[in-house]
Design a protein around this ligand. Sequence first.
Ligand code: 6GU
Length: 247
Amino acid sequence: MTWTATVLTLYPEMFPGPLGHSLAGRALAEGIWSLGARNIRDFAADRHRTVDATPAGGGPGMVLRVDILARAIADLRATTPASTPLLALTPRGPTLTQARVRRLAAGPGVTLICGRFEGFDERLFTGSLGVEPVSIGDYVLSGGEPAALVLLDACVRLLPGVMGAIQSGESESFESGLLEYPHYTRPATWDGQTIPEVLRSGDHAKVAAWRQARSEEDTRLRRPDLWERHDGARVQSPSGAREEKDE
Ligand code: 6GU
């Protein structure tokens, strides 16, 4: 079955954009996934095709109208499975994780709503539409479209047949809850720096042990937040009281 992404946006021409190239582009051409971008403006009711309005209570910017988005969502429901998650990209949502990406990639696809302006009417999330907010990180974009492209890239690369021979699913960053180990390739010495000797030893067990140690060390130093949640932290943890891992 084709994994189906539908994007509601004011800029449908931004899609597939980078996802039309490389790995995702090949998979798109092969029919492993499909992408439809619908213009939110097509669901406006007036002749100026207005989609936004001033924020209640005043303040800067404009807010996307929930009634117009509801019409767009109703229109899509006719062509997408009822089980398709409906997500709106906003920095007010919980941050996307690899665990969430894995669950999305395992489903029928995703419907993404991209906002511009100040954001969405909160009733998009609190009403009966079943829209969930999602962010891609703690910084602010001018619109949800680049975030939608990020989310889709993360999902598509996990679809069966997309990665092909590249079997990096197990070892790569976040799949284990740790950062991936560092990589090296030729030349053996460059800029006065030589590749760690163990990687040139041919001893696969030693290489594996070195990589595991570097994964743990780099995670501890660079991402103490990840390290805190990882199993490896348990023995070092003085309190033993840790939050449950995602999955
Ligand atoms: Cl999902 N949207 C926007 N506009 N900004 C963001 C974001 C999303 N995630 C982080 N910053």
